[in-house]
Design a protein around this ligand. Structure first.
Ligand code: OXD
Length: 308
């Protein structure tokens, strides 16, 4: 009987690093539902993508280490007495690079520069510098805080929105979720890094998009539930916001019939701003396993009521 089940597409990769921490334990790996079915008696699950119904069918389960930052796929499926931890800190720099790659590409007109080269056209492009513009970051966890810091390095004024206001001191102005419209109305560059919880569902919709300033950019790298996709498509057609970059969607892969695919001012990517690859999350999981076995406090413990 395996005490630990690792469930992920690349589950076998994790075994050596986990064996180092738990040399005497039997550790099973599974990449499919069928393989996981043989290990429903495990006490510990380390996973990205374990089907939620399997988690609820594991009588000995005491702890789940989710190999991602967002736990929305699993948080409601686990009994209350099962500890749930998520990865914190491993994705911040990667996702921040993704956000600024698009902010800079759009503000510096990189796509137009490229197409002019293809047409052999010599024409100056007037850049809109980030310096002096306002950046709004909704979600001030580890990833949001890094985006704030890099925004400051670019000379931007930074506003923030979060549920608790615990990080209000790191931004120039802080807003609560019920002030989303006022927040969106004041920022030329709006970045969403929110977890998927009932409280963030549809937080940004038609009212917020209409309020966004001329020429504004919206980027979503958190979860797709935070915005109303139909309202955003309408907003993009009307130029509010003027551009969007979406990495996450309500339904993934984004259905072919979504109008977002065809909008020239909407840049789509396939949930890849901060992937849960072994190199990024393996060490975190191994350290948490060491802590679990030593009865020490776990990193990234999810507040079950809050949902992240
Ligand atoms: C995550 C993600 O939650 O990749 O880590 O979306």
């Amino acid at each position: 009987m395996a005490r630990i089940l690792v469930y992920a597409a690349d589950a076998a990769k994790y075994l050596p690093i986990l064996h180092k921490v738990a040399p005497d334990m039997e550790i099973a790996s599974a990449s499919t539902r069928q393989e996981a079915m043989a290990h429903l008696d495990a006490e510990i699950v380390i996973s990205w993508g374990l089907p939620a119904d399997l988690a609820s069918r594991m009588p000995n389960l005491r702890w789940v280490q989710w190999l991602g930052a967002g736990v929305d796929k699993v948080v409601r499926a686990l009994p209350e007495d099962v500890a749930l931890t998520r990865i914190v800190g491993a994705f911040s720099s990667l996702m921040t690079e993704h956000v600024f790659a698009f902010l800079l590409a759009i503000r510096r007109d990189v796509f137009k520069i490229r197409s002019m080269q293809q047409e052999r056209r010599w024409q100056k492009v007037m850049a809109q510098p980030l310096r002096g513009q306002r950046l709004g970051v909704a979600g001030l966890g580890a990833i949001g805080r890094e985006i704030v810091a890099v925004g400051r390095a670019f000379g931007m004024e930074v506003w923030g929105l979060s549920r608790s206001g615990a990080q209000a001191a790191i931004v120039d102005r802080h807003f609560l979720p019920n002030e989303a419209r006022e927040f969106a109305a004041g920022v030329e560059n709006l970045v969403l890094v929110l977890p998927a919880t009932p409280a963030t569902d549809g937080l940004f919709g038609a009212r917020e998009f209409q309020a966004m300033p001329e020429g504004s950019i919206l980027i979503n790298v958190g979860r797709g539930n935070a915005l109303d996709e139909d309202a955003l498509a309408d907003g993009l057609r009307a130029g509010h916001p003027a551009f969007a970059q979406l990495d996450v969607f309500r339904e993934e892969p984004l259905p072919e019939k979504s109008p977002l695919w065809d909008l020239a001012n909407c840049y789509l990517s396939a949930h890849c701003s901060g992937p849960s690859e072994f190199e990024r999350v393996g060490a975190f999981a191994a350290e948490n396993l060491r802590r679990y076995l030593a009865d020490e406090a776990l990193m990234g413990l999810v507040d079950r009521a809050r949902g992240y």
